[in-house]
Design a protein around this ligand. Structure first.
Ligand code: ATP
Ligand code: MG
Length: 411
């Protein structure tokens, strides 16, 4: 026997019996986001590598360790690890800044990161997300967070915690970074290897280090004081205060987490995460924030923006199973020609229908019908000779014999 080729580590088949929940995630996204004025966009799965090194940031784990990068015709290409950079590229390339603000877009699709696979962490996974361009006002931040919450609620997920933080603007953040570096300097040698690199390149990113020994350092009183201190400038503070007021008005419960800096370089001011208490250590279902300088950094007109992305596999694992939808009709018969004709007729009339290819015994066919369909349509010799059908309602067990013309309206 030939070797069996297996699915790649960190990737998964999504099988037919998992589809009802995937369809629900997709349909609810389309419904809820389009009701809020978001239009769907689909960007390519691979892009120029430079889009991510500039767009996501070359001090991030994603760009440094996790990208699937390959060469073709001397061009460096990368499978998208996230979709914000791609959406921003499309926004710029298609001149969408000329549209009246806000420009609201949503997407869903596969993303690729070379990570260590574990529960809630795959190498090919799916995200659904939104991006809103052109609005600086904190009401945009509130709307986007509200939209995330509404979508999660629509999937039946309620036991969630919203965490927010403000990263300030490049100006006020600079001062904070310097303070942070000063207090951390005496402990530099105790920081993990990654954090020692971050110390120079991107000290803010130190704060979301998951290594225990680093966390201990951040807990030291003199360092905690800096981290928990209020570094943001007046304008950034007003933005954050207004956001909090709007969230309160929307009845969205949140907590401020000063360690929340998010993995990507492009954020400023508002960042947020939504976590579930029912997932293990990979407990973030949604991450997002404001990225006012990204459009300009990637060569577009200066355009403020904010968005979020959710991990669909993590949403899936939190959703209650739904029953697969039943067929309208299962045909019970041993006459193939008549059955095929009736199947064709029913499908032309938009009824979902199936039948038994193997001409099993009537009782077997009936058993199958009651499992997968709402009605059994029986085509025995009597029915065929008289041009009728017997229709059995499988939930009430009532059976009637009617003409074929009456069939469509009675199921
Ligand atoms: P994490 O802290 O879990 O690594 P992240 O900050 O890298 O998340 P983002 O880039 O913000 O994640 O992506 C948004 C969401 O996408 C996450 O909250 C998570 O639900 C999901 N996600 C991210 N990476 C993976 C992965 N490797 N496998 C499955 N889902 C993922
Ligand atoms: Mg990650």
């Amino acid at each position: 026997m030939a070797n069996i080729i297996k699915v790649q580590k960190g990737t998964k088949d999504i099988l037919p019996d998992e589809m009802p929940l995937w369809h629900k995630m997709e349909e609810n996204a389309r419904k809820i986001f389009s009701n809020a004025g978001y239009n769907e966009i689909r960007t390519p799965v691979f892009e120029a590598t430079e889009l991510f090194s500039r767009g996501v940031g070359d001090t991030t784990d994603i760009v440094n360790k996790e990208m699937y990068t390959f060469e073709k015709s001397e061009r460096s290409l990368t499978l998208r690890p996230e979709n914000t950079a791609g959406v921003v590229r499309a926004f710029i390339e298609n001149g969408m800044h000329r549209l009246s603000a806000p420009v609201k877009l949503w997407y869903k699709g596969p993303m690729f990161r070379y990570e260590r696979p574990q529960a809630g962490r795959q190498r090919q996974f799916h995200q659904v997300g939104v991006e809103m361009f052109g609005i600086k006002d904190p009401s945009a931040d509130a709307e986007v967070i509200q939209l995330a919450a509404a979508y999660l609620n629509s999937l039946g997920l309620n036991d969630l915690e919203v965490e927010i933080n403000s990263l300030g603007c490049p100006e006020c953040r600079e001062e904070f970074k310097n303070k942070l570096k000063t207090v951390l300097k005496p402990h530099f040698n105790l920081l993990c290897e990654d954090c020692q690199k971050r110390y120079e390149k991107n000290p803010l990113r130190l704060l979301d280090c998951k290594v225990g020994s680093c966390k201990e350092i951040f807990d030291k009183p003199e360092i905690k004081e800096v981290i928990q201190g209020d570094f943001i400038c007046d304008e950034c503070r007003e933005h954050f205060e207004l956001l909090k007021q709007y969230l309160a008005a929307l009845d969205i419960k949140y907590s401020v987490n000063k360690l929340l800096v998010r993995g990507l370089d492009y954020y400023n001011r508002t960042v947020f995460e939504i976590k579930s208490n029912n997932l293990g250590s990979q407990n973030a279902v949604c991450g997002g924030g404001r990225y006012d300088s990204l459009v300009k950094n990637l060569g577009g007109e200066d355009t403020p923006a904010i968005g979020f992305a959710m991990g669909m596999e993590r949403l899936y694992s939190l959703m209650e199973p739904v029953n697969a939808e039943k067929l309208d009709v299962y045909i019970v018969s041993d006459n193939k020609a008549e059955t095929l004709k009736l199947v064709k007729y029913l499908r032309e009339n938009n009824k979902s229908v199936d039948f038994d290819f193997n001409s099993k015994k009537f009782t077997k066919q009936m058993e199958k019908a009651s499992k997968i369909a709402n009605y059994a349509v029986i085509l025995g010799e009597d029915e065929i000779s008289s041009g009728t059908v017997s229709v059995k309602n499988l939930s009430t067990s009532q059976q009637i014999t009617i003409s074929r013309a009456e069939l469509i309206s009675s199921i």
